[in-house]
Design a protein around this ligand. Structure first.
Ligand SMILES: CC(C)(COP(=O)(O)OP(=O)(O)OC[C@H]1O[C@@H](n2cnc3c(N)ncnc32)[C@H](O)[C@@H]1OP(=O)(O)O)[C@@H](O)C(=O)NCCC(=O)NCCS
Length: 163
């Protein structure tokens, strides 16, 4: 771990909101997946930067499913927070909901998990400050993230080319 003090998920959480405009959508008025992915990456990167106060890079994004479409005129609300901190890497979870601006009705459209690595001045991985869990949600997200971290490590190990 770095010498920096621990931070809670609340300390670095980010909420972002976008209005879907015609340039974000296809000819059926449904938002492009790639546009939402870039908003997800940006919100999650800001969480990682706020957690460690260092340069960070996205090293992986778990498989993404789009559960419901978002249309031109919808609000897209992203809630991103730190789930887990390893040694030089951390997992950030992002919940994406579509909100009808007239009724306020919200529908979950995506949940994404991204891993970031903190870099030092030589752009080498460097330790992150620890994560201090406070709420039952923090503990639940952390438990689930540990399972995903273990699964990712096992998959990477299995897929590694053998000499
Ligand atoms: C991020 C990067 C510096 C990591 O280099 P590396 O040689 O894999 O470093 P390490 O093996 O020391 O791994 C560093 C951490 O990343 C984790 N990690 C590495 N590859 C991973 C992957 N595919 N998925 C999840 N975590 C991963 C490791 O488990 C380790 O975590 P820990 O220190 O918390 O245990 C390097 O892969 C890189 O520069 N990638 C490009 C990043 C980038 O440009 N992103 C923008 C995308 S366009």
């Amino acid at each position: 771990m770095s010498g920096s003090p621990a931070k809670t998920p609340r300390d670095s959480a980010v909420e972002a909101r976008y209005l879907v405009m015609p340039q974000h959508a296809n000819d059926a008025g449904i938002v492009f997946g790639g546009t939402v992915m870039s908003w997800i990456d940006m919100a999650a990167a800001m969480v990682a930067q706020r957690h460690c106060g260092l340069k960070v890079v996205t090293v992986s994004v778990d498989s993404l499913s789009f559960l419901a479409p978002c249309h031109v005129g919808d609000h897209i609300v992203l809630r991103a927070s730190a789930n887990y901190v390893g040694h030089t890497s951390m997992e950030v979870g992002v919940q994406v909901t579509r909100e009808n601006p007239f009724t306020g009705q919200q529908v979950r459209t995506t949940t994404a998990y991204l891993t970031f690595v903190a870099l030092d001045a030589r752009e080498q991985p460097t330790p992150m400050p620890p994560l201090r869990l406070e709420t039952p949600d923090d503990f639940r997200r952390h438990d689930h993230a540990r399972l995903r971290v273990a699964a990712r490590k096992e998959l990477l190990q299995r897929l590694r080319p053998r000499p």
